[in-house]
Ligand binder design. Structure first.
Ligand code: UD1
Length: 421
């Protein structure tokens, strides 16, 4: 069993290069299924969810070559519909993008029900609504999702009942090669939606409006290969920004798009830290005294739910009582129990956590209950007195590229240790 062991007390100083965005890389990797040609994808993060997704495509007949640590060549010419392995697909959420890609390319799809972090119920009703409006007949149970159609997807108008990243992406994938034009209203506006649209357009798709809540997709007959670089990961960047603020350090984050970070930067500044923006980098300077703040998570451009646990750790160190409300998922406070083991004072009431800041944190044995919760434990451990051991770190490795190496290079006392099972 692997653990991350952190001896707290050091403040972070130095520079960190942010990797490509996991949540942009994944839909783009699955979008390659639409392309009967070679795609070269650059700035791909070296994380487990990416490796797993590349394996899923390999098993389906794709040729996948890693050219270097961050560049991958994918050729899906020989991919066979409905051949993804259930045991791989069930390990991650993003594997459900195969539904949109298979439906778009083959006019049908057959994929195991996806897995992913446990944040309460994660229905796929909006995905199904989209596929049905595009002309598919969808059968779904807790094991598989199947789409059939007579003529493949046909352009349509879709108004999503809620803002959903996953369903917006899945409809974009299915509609890129549909007969006619599709309009998505109440679409998600996340930077990774724009990145997927830019990738597909580079392959010859005709998508406009990505980044607004109305996306227009004019179907094309075929897509061609391209070379495309993934955008930097705003959530990885936000995580290190909070680590700097929490430890009272000063770090320079390179390879970022400051505009994508505004929702995070402004909240960090509210707690007293200073964020200086440059063209493609930011410098975060923490202050000895951290101010309380209230946070509510929302779809982009609101404060991201994927930054909620990290922010909660910062607020554990603040002077006064802060309120953190979760506006996206039903249940995203499972990590609170772990922070309490470290001395935090937090009460959860439904979708709101009330954090009484200023209680000193101490080392403990804690569990990474999910990806972002796991990295929040690392930040708490950096600020705690004594040693913290974090287990289930494979969940952190799903989305963070070399988190131990990056933090060590900025002065953290952190290591990955393998224990016999
Ligand atoms: C993606 C991200 C995840 C992030 C989330 C919100 C990936 C691989 N995952 O997840 O890290 O936390 O966006 O930014 O990119 N919902 C429905 N019905 C649906 C679809 C969604 O009720 O058909 C609900 C979900 O349960 C959730 C909310 O809508 O409460 C938002 O989900 P969505 O935006 O789709 O998130 P994911 O794509 O699953």
């Amino acid at each position: 069993m692997d653990k991350i062991v952190v001896r707290g007390g050091a403040s972070l100083h130095g520079s960190v290069e942010i990797s490509g965005m996991k949540n942009a890389a994944l839909p783009i990797i699955y979008a390659c299924v639409l392309v009967e040609d070679k795609c070269i994808i650059e700035n791909v993060p070296d994380v487990r969810d990416v490796a797993l997704s590349l394996n899923i495509l390999r098993e389906m007949g794709a040729t996948v070559n890693r050219i270097d640590k961050t560049t991958v060549e994918i050729d899906c010419t020989n991919v066979r519909c409905g051949t993804s392995k259930a045991e791989l697909v069930q390990k991650i959420r993003a594997s459900y993008y195969l539904l949109g890609s298979e439906f778009g390319r083959f006019g049908r799809a057959y994929v195991a029900y996806p897995g992913g972090c446990d944040f309460g119920g994660r229905p796929i009703d909006q995905h199904i609504k989209g596929f049905e409006l595009l002309g598919g007949t969808v059968k779904a149970d807790c094991e598989h999702v199947e789409i059939e159609s007579d003529h493949g997807p046909c352009g349509t108008s879709i108004f999503f009942d809620i803002v959903t990243v996953g369903a917006t992406i899945n409809v974009m994938l299915a509609a890129a090669m549909a007969e006619g034009t599709t309009i998505i209203e109440n679409a998600a506006r996340e930077p990774h939606i724009v990145d997927l649209a830019n990738f597909l357009n580079t392959c010859g798709a005709r998508i406009s409006g990505a980044g607004t809540d109305v996306i227009k997709i004019k179907g094309v007959d075929s897509l061609h290969g391209c070379t495309y670089a993934i955008i930097p990961d705003m959530i990885e960047a936000g995580t290190y920004m909070i680590a700097a603020a929490a430890t009272g350090g000063c770090i320079h984050l390179t390879n970022v798009i400051p505009k994508h970070l505004e929702c995070i930067s402004s909240k960090i500044e509210e707690t007293g830290a200073v964020v200086d923006e440059y063209d493609d980098s930011v410098v975060v300077t923490g202050k000895p005294s951290i101010r309380k703040a209230n946070v509510k998570t929302h779809p982009y451009p609101g404060f991201p739910t994927d930054m909620q646990p990290q922010m909660a750790v910062l607020l554990c160190l603040a002077n006064g009582v802060s309120y953190v409300s979760e506006g996206v998922y039903e249940k995203r406070f499972r990590y609170v129990e772990e922070l309490i083991k470290m001395g935090a004072s937090i009460k959860v009431n439904g979708r709101t956590a009330v954090i009484e800041g200023g209680k000193p944190l101490h080392g403990a044995d804690v569990v990474a209950v999910d990806l972002r919760a796991g990295v929040a434990m690392i930040i708490a451990a950096l600020c705690a007195e004594g040693t913290t051991e974090i287990s289930q770190i494979h969940l952190i490795e799903r989305g963070y590229d070399d988190v131990v190496g990056k933090l060590r290079s900025m002065g953290a006392d952190i290591e990955k240790v393998s224990y016999p099972d």
